[in-house]
Design a protein around this ligand. Sequence first.
Ligand SMILES: NC(=O)c1ccc[n+]([C@@H]2O[C@H](COP(=O)([O-])OP(=O)(O)OC[C@H]3O[C@@H](n4cnc5c(N)ncnc54)[C@H](O)[C@@H]3O)[C@@H](O)[C@H]2O)c1
Length: 286
Amino acid sequence: MEIKKIGVVGAGTMGNGIALVAAQIGCDVVMRDIKDEFVQRGMKAINGFLSKSVEKGKLEAAKKDEILGHVTGTTDMSLMKDVDYVIEVVVEDLNLKKSVFKELDEICRPEVVIASNTSSMSITEIAASTKRPDKICGMHFFNPVPIMRLVEVIRGHLTSEETAMTAMNLAKKMGKIPVDVKKDSPGFIVNRIMLPHLLEAIKIVEEGIASIADVDIAVKNGLNYPMGPFELMDLSGIDIAYFVTEYFFKEMNKELKWVCPTMLKNMIRAGRLGRKTNGGWYDYSK
Ligand SMILES: NC(=O)c1ccc[n+]([C@@H]2O[C@H](COP(=O)([O-])OP(=O)(O)OC[C@H]3O[C@@H](n4cnc5c(N)ncnc54)[C@H](O)[C@@H]3O)[C@@H](O)[C@H]2O)c1
């Protein structure tokens, strides 16, 4: 089936980025969130990215309007009834994802592939909430979506070869570099490697070995990473680091190395989730 219309469920940081790259390849996009203000925030982010591209001379103004014209923002889930492919991008909560997949399974045509942008969670378990587990896969984009090229395509236990290939080909069409994650395992490739690095950074600060700023300076200049671990958590959302840590602890037989540091828990309790709340490990209010 040719993919002409894509459903994106969730209009947050990742959802609006995915809607944008889908519109850029000429697909019509239905971007759904639960409240109109969230839909509008997502539309504003897409508009903002495209306006900057026009200002920088990377995009013609007419092309911007054409791309925007492909995106319909909505709170109405029933509009997913005639999309050819869906990418779920709601918050990293397994029960929420399962309920969203159950709802989508009832609305979408039976042949439609439904992919999850989960950062860590079991595609097999998400797929079990539907009657089409062979048509469910992970499609893990990275932040910021229009710029980062990797997409991890994750095969759940029952994902068919055809579904995995459909996701790989769609990622390529979007100009991305897909990798084939052959087994469904917490954090897939990148987050399995990255999470220990984030947790060690927090422990170094908790133990009083160095400040947040100095850990970031050390990692950027000693490992040549483009961002330090604290800057990265602020960009991607500290809540995501927290949810992924809790999920790893549960899934990896409660190994001590995955215990959530108190400092990380306190950031969540204080509502300091990073750039999206104007404050996380650093302050962005000014
Ligand atoms: N932020 C990152 O750097 C990053 C990177 C890769 C993957 N992810 C994953 O992408 C997903 C979304 O992350 P995010 O950073 O965009 O989160 P976010 O908090 O910015 O956005 C999530 C959006 O989902 C919406 N939502 C909640 N329930 C919904 C429903 N039933 N239907 C439609 N929308 C609903 C929320 O209102 C919110 O706007 C998570 O699974 C996360 O782990 C995030």
